[in-house]
Design a protein around this ligand. Structure first.
Ligand SMILES: Cc1ncc(COP(=O)(O)O)c(C=O)c1O
Length: 300
């Protein structure tokens, strides 16, 4: 596939110095901010676009369409730009304007659905989805399908392969906050390919405890806690769901930036808060891996 795709992946795995050596398991962070759009979403975007072309479902003259809050949209805009394919994002002013600018920088057409100051609501998402389908039908476009395409999970497998190679030890626990669940399941599949079978724990904001208590709520952790069961999350492969307070996640973002030089988004803060709690219940000989999902530069 296109050589610009080589910018994606091979990210560092960093051992976090957040606990004393005898306090619990080692915590490793797969820091994904070095990807072209500053997010691990680039992995799924090159997989979805690359596989669609390989399977003959997408031609270079078609337009890719997706409804998006901007992170997946930026990644798809990047992947399409690598191949000179047109991309249309159905977006809304309820999401960060910088994400719109990033999509446009990669040459995407961005259609903004007004939210009339009502924020991110189920009605808005429904409208964006409908518009995306209408657009696909009208222009005979290709719907990227970030919540349904099998190639999303496939795209994250290399993350697991890289972790297995980098850690040079056993991975006892893989844990992460989930939106679609694609990153967690894909990385797990990659680890399985390297004969690593860690325990798996999925995090969600305690302000929207759908997985742990059965009801959603409003929260401020972008990309996770989507208000419905994560479509790619295989419950048979998850050992436990665990809720993490978003206030602690925001605080951890600051700590990671100011005391560790790791500038990340709030979902990463949530991952590290959860990992620390779980590490304390584990032996110092064990290893926990979690994800640094994206760069804090996206949230300035
Ligand atoms: C910043 C951020 N963190 C975490 C996630 C969750 O990733 P996944 O959808 O693979 O579960 C997303 C997904 O949109 C995200 O944008």
């Amino acid at each position: 596939m296109q050589c610009s795709f080589k910018q994606v992946g091979n990210t560092p795995l960093i051992k976090l110095n957040v606990l004393k050596p005898d306090e619990g398991a080692s915590i490793w962070l797969k820091v994904e901010s070095g990807n072209p759009t500053g997010s691990y979403k680039d992995r799924m975007a090159i997989s979805v676009i690359g596989e669609a072309i390989r399977k003959g479902n997408l031609t270079l003259s078609q337009t890719v369409v997706e409804y998006t809050g901007g992170s997946t949209g930026s990644a798809l805009a990047f992947a399409c730009a690598c191949l000179g394919i047109k991309f249309t994002a159905i977006f809304s002013d309820a999401f960060s304007h910088s994400k719109q600018l990033a999509m446009e920088a990669f040459g995407a057409e961005v259609i903004v659905v007004p939210s009339y100051g009502k924020g991110i609501s189920p009605e808005l998402i429904k409208k964006m989805k409908e518009l995306a389908h209408e657009k696909v039908d009208k222009i005979n476009g290709f719907y990227a399908d970030q919540f349904g395409s099998k190639d999303v999970v496939l795209g994250y497998q290399p993350m697991g392969l890289e972790i297995a190679q980098q850690i040079e030890d056993k991975v006892d626990l893989l844990c992460a906050s989930v939106g679609t669940g694609g990153a967690l399941m894909g990385a797990l599949e990659g680890l399985h390919k390297k004969d690593e079978f860690p325990k798996v724990i999925a995090f969600e904001p305690s302000q929207s405890p759908l997985l742990t208590q059965g009801f959603g709520g409003s929260h401020q952790v972008e990309g996770v806690g989507v208000g419905f069961y994560p479509p790619f999350l295989d419950s048979k492969r998850v050992n436990q769901f665990y809720a993490v307070d978003q206030v602690e996640a925001f605080e951890m973002r600051k700590v990671l930036a100011q005391k560790h030089g790791i500038f990340c988004g709030t979902s990463t803060g949530m991952n590290v808060v959860g990992a620390i709690k779980l590490a304390r219940e584990m032996s110092p000989k064990q290893n926990i891996v979690t994800f640094g999902c994206d760069s804090g530069l996206k949230y300035l």
